[in-house]
Design a protein around this ligand. Structure first.
Ligand code: ZN
Length: 179
């Protein structure tokens, strides 16, 4: 089965700015959502995607993202919770498929661990470093209604919002690491 890409919703849509609901139904709708989210993430050339970004207010995200060793990690998490973050941080340019176009530097923990379940309800824990840690945190925050721009100082946040490209998808943008 292969998923169908769905439109990516953009900053300002209420679904991005409110907490998502816990998944309680682990049926075929959830499996389809995850397949569609992978398809959407690849079309949009992102390295992570949370369900609210396709307009679904459920606690689910997918990822296919390199860590600081350049190794890619692919998977999904349902009902994720951050279980640990390192005090050591990395500053890097961060972007978001729901804030298409601009990037901004943001310090994030070097290492992040997240616990949740998979699409069958089986417990999983995922840990990452570097860019993958950034991805795990960015996607989990999406499920709380928080975007990376919410961590920026007011003026930088305004500059980022003013620089949004008018694309409903990021597929036409140069390849870059967006979540
Ligand atoms: Zn994002």
């Amino acid at each position: 089965m292969s998923g169908q890409p769905r439109p990516v919703v953009i900053v300002g849509d209420p679904v991005l700015h409110q907490p998502a609901q816990c998944v309680t139904d682990f049926g075929t709708d959830l499996a389809t959502l995850i397949e569609d989210m992978f398809a959407t993430m690849y079309v949009a050339e992102g390295v992570g995607l949370a369900a609210p970004q396709v307009g679904v207010g459920l606690r689910v995200f997918v990822y296919d993202c390199p860590d600081d060793q350049g190794e890619y990690h692919r998977g999904h998490l349902v009902n994720p919770v951050i279980t640990s973050t390192s005090s050591e941080t990395d500053e890097a340019e961060e972007g978001c498929l729901s804030v298409p176009g601009p990037y901004a530097p943001l310090a994030r923990p070097h290492q992040v661990s997240v616990a949740g379940v998979d699409q069958t309800g089986r417990p999983v824990e995922v840990s990452g470093t570097g860019f993958f840690a950034r991805c795990l945190l960015h996607e989990t925050e999406h499920l709380s209604g928080t975007l990376f721009i919410d961590h920026l100082k007011r003026r930088r946040r305004a500059r980022v919002l003013a620089a949004i490209e008018p694309f409903p998808w990021n597929a036409d943008l140069p390849p870059a690491l967006s979540f």
